[in-house]
Design a protein. Structure first.
Length: 296
C-alpha cells in the first residue's frame, strides 16, 4: 500500500514538472510571438548588417506558418539591417493570409563567393505557394549586386561559375500585394512574378545604376491579373518585361526610367509569346531608347 502511494506521489511530481515545463514553454512562445506577430529579432536575428540573420528569418517564418492565428504577421523591424543568404519561404501553411511588415533593411552578402548555393542560384529571396500574402513596409531590399555585375556569363566556358540570381521572386502564388518597399542593386532582375494570379505591386521604388547589366525592374511571366501602379523604376535594363503566357497586366501611374542608351533596353518589353491584354495608362517614360518594345 505504502509503495503504491509512493509511486502515485512520484507520478504526481513528474506531472507537475511536465506541466510547469509546458507552461514555461507557453510563456516563452507567448513572449516570442505576442499573439499573431512574429518578430525576427525574437527568433534570433540580430540586424547589425554583419551576422547572418537567415536562421532568425527561417525560424520566425516556421513559427508563423505553423501558428493557428488567422492572419499571422512576420515583422522585420525598423532601424536595423539584416543580412540574408538565399532564402525561399513556402506558403503551404496552417493559415493563408500572411503579412510581412518589412520596415528594416535587408541586404545580401556583397561578395558572390560568400553566397551559399552560389552555383545555379536562381533567386535570393523567394515566396512560393502562397494564397493571400501582403508584403509591405518602408524597408529597402538591397541585393548588393555590384560584384555580380562584373561577372560575365556570356561565355560559359571562360571561368563563369555563376548564374546570376534574381533578387526577389514570387512564384506559384495567388492574391499577393507588395507595397511601399524599395528594391536596389539586384544581381540580376529585381523582382520576378512567375506562375501567379492576382498580384498587385504598388508604391514601389526600384533602383540600380544605369550601367548595371540585366537589372530589369519587374519581370512577369506565366501570370494573370498583375497590376503595377505608383511605382518608380530606374534600372540598367528593361523597367518592366513581360515574358510568355501572361494575361491581363495593368500598369498605371508608373514612372519608368532606363538610364542607359542601348538599343536592347525599353521601359516596357513584351514577349510575343501568348501575351494578352496589357494595359498601360498614364505612365511616364524618361530616357528610354524604346518606350514599349515587342520582341519578335
Ligand atoms: C488578412 O490580413 C490583413 C492584415 O492583418 C487583414 O487586414 C485582413 O483583414 C486579413 N484578411 C482576411 C481575409 O483574413
Ligand atoms: C482576372 O481578373 C478578372 C477581372 O477581375 C476576373 O474576371 C478573372 O477571373 C481573373 N482571372 C483569374 C485567373 O483569376
Ligand atoms: C497620372 O499620374 C500622375 C502621377 O502619379 C498623377 O498625379 C495624375 O493624377 C495621373 N493622372 C490621371 C489622369 O490619372
Amino acid at each position: 500500500m505504502a509503495s503504491v502511494k509512493k509511486i502515485l506521489a512520484i507520478v504526481v511530481l513528474i506531472q507537475c514538472a511536465t506541466l510547469s515545463e509546458s507552461s514555461r514553454m507557453l510563456e516563452k512562445k507567448k513572449k516570442k510571438t505576442d499573439g499573431n506577430t512574429f518578430n525576427v529579432i525574437s527568433f534570433g536575428a540580430v540586424g547589425d548588417g554583419v551576422e547572418d540573420d537567415s536562421k532568425g528569418f527561417k525560424d520566425a517564418w516556421n513559427a508563423a506558418c505553423g501558428s493557428s492565428a488567422s492572419s499571422p504577421m512576420v515583422v522585420v523591424p525598423q532601424g536595423k539591417t539584416f543580412l540574408l543568404q538565399p532564402l525561399t519561404l513556402d506558403g503551404e501553411c496552417n493559415s493563408n493570409n500572411f503579412t510581412f511588415q518589412i520596415d528594416g533593411n535587408i541586404i545580401a552578402p556583397s561578395e558572390p563567393s560568400a553566397w551559399e548555393r552560389k552555383r545555379n542560384c536562381h533567386h535570393w529571396i523567394g515566396f512560393k505557394n502562397f494564397d493571400g500574402l501582403f508584403i509591405q513596409g518602408s524597408g529597402t531590399i538591397n541585393g548588393h549586386g555590384s560584384k555580380w555585375w562584373k561577372l560575365s556569363c556570356k561565355d560559359k566556358n571562360k571561368g563563369c561559375h555563376f548564374r546570376k540570381p534574381t533578387g526577389f521572386m514570387i512564384a506559384n502564388s495567388k492574391n499577393v500585394e507588395i507595397k511601399g518597399l524599395t528594391f536596389e542593386d539586384s544581381p540580376k532582375m529585381h523582382i520576378a512574378f512567375e506562375n501567379s494570379i492576382s498580384i498587385h505591386a504598388t508604391d514601389l521604388t526600384i533602383k540600380a545604376p544605369g550601367n548595371s547589366p540585366n537589372t530589369d525592374g519587374i519581370h512577369i511571366q506565366r501570370s494573370t491579373n498583375v497590376t503595377i501602379d505608383k511605382t518608380i523604376i530606374q534600372t540598367g535594363d528593361d523597367c518592366i518585361s513581360i515574358g510568355p503566357d501572361t494575361k491581363n497586366t495593368l500598369i498605371l501611374e508608373t514612372s519608368n526610367v532606363v538610364q542607359v542608351m542601348e538599343s536592347a533596353l525599353a521601359a516596357l518589353e513584351l514577349s510575343d509569346m501568348n501575351v494578352e491584354f496589357v494595359h498601360v495608362i498614364n505612365v511616364s517614360f524618361y530616357g528610354t531608347t524604346n518606350g514599349v518594345r515587342i520582341k519578335t
